[in-house]
Design a binder for this molecule. Structure first.
Ligand code: AMP
Length: 393
């Protein structure tokens, strides 16, 4: 990996500012899903084991630059303590005296960085002050790396810095899937609309060998080929753009895989009567809600011939059974090949994690990113300021 990690740093006796993402769901002051907290445990434990003092910087919600009591990080302390197995000292307003007087084995949490308007403005004054609190900066919040804020980018530029364990895992997965992948590479782009994924499609055409287009988006591509898609979700105003994408794919030598058969129903409702028809035979009063079994076979065969898979977006309206069938079947195929060491599979962004978790196949993927927006921006080929600010090894 190109970036410095904790392994490249001497942290003994050092105060380490660690930017984390602990923006966890909470109800009545209690954490309801601690996944994000669990994912930063290796970084915190490794820093402690190396003799460093972790000082956590994080945002919570969108307080828009002023203190909002309901968005305080203080209620997270019990969940952090139980995840780390250590006491956590909460500091509302850090002062040099308090920070410099900390015992070496302390773990510190500083109040919501977004309580200051200087955070999102990436104000040098805030970055400068933060940098005086520690000796080293460690960024473990890939999911916040697409924003240039004082605690993600500004402070990194002022201090020796490195990627934390979660950032490291995320960056190596994305590098192996898109920057330096083993070929052939197949991408799945699914989901509702072409209009939200134009940059994604444009970037992938140049990088991957096969591009599977699924979900509601695929309907727009079918319509672009003159196919009547009945009552299906379809952006008719985007058919020209879809045609351009199909043309560009030819020049880029990227095979586009569209549904050859589809599951249609009269309404988008659980248990709605449904049938499989060829992709060009959707009845006028029906809507396409999933890819059909022949399409899944084609996708599975493409996976068999590929070395790397990158996946964003479901193949159908997965929230309502049975329209999760194609997404589940393709995910299970990818999982089996990954488990057998034949495929590197990386997935993430938006609803993708929920769609793949539903299939029960997610654990066997090589890497599932929970980063959302940052993962998508990486797939779009954009530079993430929080990553760009990190030192290369
Ligand atoms: P996105 O957030 O763009 O990844 O889109 C995910 C959404 O697309 C999910 O809510 C799916 O239910 C929806 N979706 C996928 N396929 C279809 C389809 N054929 N018709 C309607 N909605 C779909």
């Amino acid at each position: 990996m190109a970036w410095k990690t904790l392994d490249d740093m001497d942290l003994n006796g050092k105060r380490v500012l660690v930017r984390v993402d602990i923006n966890v769901p909470m109800e009545n002051g209690v954490v309801t899903d601690a996944t994000r907290i669990e994912r930063i445990v290796p970084t915190v434990k490794d820093i402690l084991a190396m003799g460093g003092t972790p000082i956590l910087l994080a945002h919570f919600g969108r307080p828009k630059g002023k203190p909002v009591p309901e968005m305080s990080l203080k209620p997270l302390v019990p969940a952090l303590q139980s995840a780390f197995g250590t006491d956590v000292t909460f500091i509302e307003r850090p002062s040099h005296d308090e920070i410099f007087g900390l015992p070496q084995d302390a773990v510190v949490l500083i109040e919501n960085t977004r309580f200051s308007p200087m955070e999102e403005a990436n104000d040098p004054q805030m970055a400068g002050f933060l940098s005086t609190l520690g000796d080293v900066f460690c960024n473990d919040a890939f999911s916040a790396a697409h924003r240039a804020h004082a605690s993600t980018t500004g402070v990194a530029e002022l201090m020796p810095n490195c990627a934390g364990r979660l950032m490291q895992a995320e960056l190596s997965a994305l590098e192996s899937a898109l920057s330096q992948p083993e070929r052939p590479v197949v991408a799945i782009v699914g989901g509702a609309k072409v209009s939200t994924k134009l940059e994604l499609l444009g970037n992938l055409l140049d990088k991957v060998d096969h591009l599977v287009i699924g979900g509601g988006m695929a309907n727009t591509f079918l319509a672009a080929q003159g196919i009547d898609v009945g009552k299906s979700l379809c952006e008719h105003e985007m058919t020209g753009t879809a045609q351009e994408i199909l043309e560009k794919a030819k020049t880029a030598d990227c095979e586009i895989i569209l549904p050859v058969d589809v599951v249609v129903a009269g309404e988008f409702a659980a248990g709605a009567a449904n049938e499989v028809v060829p992709a060009d035979a959707c009845p006028a009063d029906k809507m396409i809600l999933d890819a059909g079994p022949k399409t899944v076979e084609k996708i599975a065969a493409t996976f068999e011939g590929a070395k790397t898979l990158i996946w964003n977006g479901p193949l159908g309206a997965f929230e309502i059974p049975p329209f999760n069938a194609a997404t589940d079947a393709a995910a299970q195929k990818a999982a089996a090949l990954s488990k057998a060491g034949k495929l590197i599979s990386v997935a993430g962004g938006g609803d993708t994690v929920a769609a793949l978790n539903g299939s029960g196949a997610a654990e066997s993927f090589t890497y599932i990113s929970t980063a959302g927006g940052a993962f998508l921006e990486w797939m779009e080929g954009k530079t993430l300021p929080g990553v760009a600010a990190l030192d290369q090894s």
